[in-house]
Design a protein around this ligand. Sequence first.
Ligand SMILES: [Zn+2]
Length: 435
Amino acid sequence: MRRPPAQTAALVLTLAVPLVLAATSAPATADTLPTTGFEDSGGADWTTLEQEHDFLAEVAALSDRVELEQVATTAEGRPIHLVSLTDGDGRSPGAIAKNASALVLCLQHGNEPAGREGCLQQIRDLALSTDPAVKRLLSLTTVMFVPTVNPDGRAANTRVNSEGFDINRDHLALETVEGRLVAELTRDYDPEILHDAHEYGGNWTLYNRDRIHLWPRNLNVDDNVYGLARSLTLDYVDPAVVEAGYTTGEYGIYYDPTTGEPVRQVAGDQDERILRNATGLRHTAGLLVESLVNDFEGVGVVANNNRRVDSQVVGIQGTLDMLSEQRARLIAQTRAAEARATSEGASGTGVIYLDGADNDTPDPARVVEPPCSYLLNQEQYDGLADELALHDIAVSASDAGWVVSMAQPSKTVIPLLLDARANHSVVEATPVPCR
Ligand SMILES: [Zn+2]
């Protein structure tokens, strides 16, 4: 059962807004407003999985903007939920895919709990707020959350899932239930934005910003999608977080403590198995966000936990601001990227980057000419049919075998998955040259 609400800062803000309830709901007062286990404890304890389920059910019962559904089951039998919020018409995948939407993933790594807490609070606030800006946002767009992508990892407080997989290295091969779910949601709902919430362990002198963020670095990502993801980071999420009093930086970059200049890169490369890159390759503006776990300022566990969570709440707000303000541009540019990939794939123009990043010039030998298609034999196709479908890659039968044409939006993913020269390909398909 829920404990009596404690007066955390985030809760007080919410309580200041009067509630409008669904006609069928019993009247709710500030005392009955749903609160998370984290809020109930004042920031001392993370919300348990049981508390999360009760909280989401309670929020869904109080708001006709919310749809709560179980979309997968983990290896250990735990449910994974999708929460969709909209005031618009229809929550079918087709209706959502047609309009602008954002997908917020809150806990790929089970031992990074602050993003999940931020998501739960945002879900409640979007569901129950009477703020005209929220009503407008949800009348024009859909905001989706997977509050706990990795419940087995949360239960065990591990980075990996119960089978030992790092889910955030599985967005190409799709070997995990969790990775497959993210691909499926991306395919079916076609979100314009994907916000991926994490936490990081810092370094006292060189790596100590409250928040670090990163866009896709993979060079195969369409230029305009890359631009949208950078804009999401630099024009929306960074400023929102700074305005709330937090420091920000680029994920994976150590900064000189005196000059503030970058001195070394320790993470954040072009790896196509990582979601922020995989998302970009699917023509969605993706963003990795990380809150600093360490209490470098010595404020104590509870205050530090609240800092971590509040910075996540504020960061999500930055993403929602871009969705609201840029929805037409987001739709136009991500769809143009799909069309561009299809036409380049058909004509065999452009190149495939097997290495290199936006801040790392590739070895020319690793920049190759695209084929017009790849050929899979029957055994290869049988082993990959499900994964190809999850990546939204169309395949056709021919006398020579199964043909994967490059003339389709997923042209940006196909070589990385099927070409033996790629760093993480899962099969050795036969490239068929254009001429
Ligand atoms: Zn993480």
